[in-house]
Design a protein around this ligand. Structure first.
Ligand code: C5P
Length: 271
């Protein structure tokens, strides 16, 4: 795994290339015909295709193989949450499928995360597999303070996100999935060598339909995101390829302002 952070010091072409590798397209579709269509269109524009529960249950492991055969890499977004052995075994099968990234719920606990990482590492070494990047999900963005309270969590959302992110880091996870407005806090808590994968971004000038807590790709990168997850704006665009290129350009723009932009984003996130 590379922990190279996106940085402002690289030349523009290298930044564009790196930005492209760090763009994840959410393949939220439920037909193999659409999978083929989007992978063919976008495999040279994005770094990973995110396969979630709906598509995986529709197409099974075969859909993963199909994307791979067409030249795409996969982030398997199944958010495992179970006893440690069960999650570790699921993670091993995901690694054997050859996915590049997968995730578990940090709320599953320290041991669940640690054991999953250890077992995946072991199997990948023994079977000479590429070890996937392992992420934790902290607090789902659909939950607010009251929702947490009803589950017995009395901390505020931000505090709980920070706590779970630290726990994930201590357990050896490579990073977390984070909402745009959590980036700065998690970077502060977890430092630079920890991946932040961020959904909920919208390009400049776009209508922000169902995503309430959003930043632009440029702002998210400036704030410290490593990977961005974008679905609808690319999927529903008249020209998905151009829409993906626009996101990559904005990510690359963010790189050029990485150093001095962070404080601006922090301020705008507070208002
Ligand atoms: O809205 P959009 O289609 O760009 O979302 C991309 C992906 O990120 C979707 O698969 C969605 O489920 C996920 N997402 C998320 N958390 C959010 C917003 C979106 O995990 N707060």
């Amino acid at each position: 795994m590379t922990t190279t952070r996106l940085s402002a010091r690289q030349p523009r072409v290298a930044q564009q290339r790196m930005a492209q590798q760090r763009l994840i397209f959410a393949l939220d579709v439920a037909s193999l015909a659409e999978v083929k269509e989007y992978v063919a269109l976008l495999k040279d524009e994005v770094g990973l295709f995110k396969v979630g529960k709906q598509l995986f249950l529709h197409g099974g492991p075969q859909v993963v193989r199909l994307i791979q055969q067409k030249g795409g890499h996969i982030f398997l977004d199944l958010k495992f949450h179970d006893i440690p052995r069960t999650v570790a075994n699921a993670g091993i099968e995901a690694a054997r499928l050859g996915v590049r990234m997968l995730n578990v719920h940090a709320a599953g606990g320290f041991e669940m995360m640690q054991q999953t990482m250890i077992e995946i590492n072991k199997v990948c070494k023994a079977e000479r597999l590429h070890r996937p990047t392992l992420l934790a999900v902290t607090v789902l963005t659909s939950l607010n303070k009251d929702d947490l309270k009803r589950t017995g969590v009395t901390a505020g959302v931000e505090q709980q996100v920070a706590r779970l992110a630290k726990l994930a880091q201590e357990a050896g996870m490579d990073g977390v999935v984070a909402s745009p407005l959590e980036i700065l806090r998690i970077r502060r808590e977890c430092g630079e060598r920890f991946f932040l994968v961020v959904p909920g971004v919208r390009s400049k000038g776009e209508v922000w339909d169902d995503q309430k807590r959003v930043l632009t790709p440029e702002e998210a990168i400036q704030a410290g995101a490593d990977y961005l997850v974008v679905g609808k704006p690319i999927r529903d665009a008249a020209d998905p390829r151009e829409a993906a290129r626009q996101v990559v350009r904005e990510m690359a723009d963010g790189l050029t302002r990485t150093q001095r932009g962070a404080a601006d984003v922090e301020r705008s996130a507070l208002v």
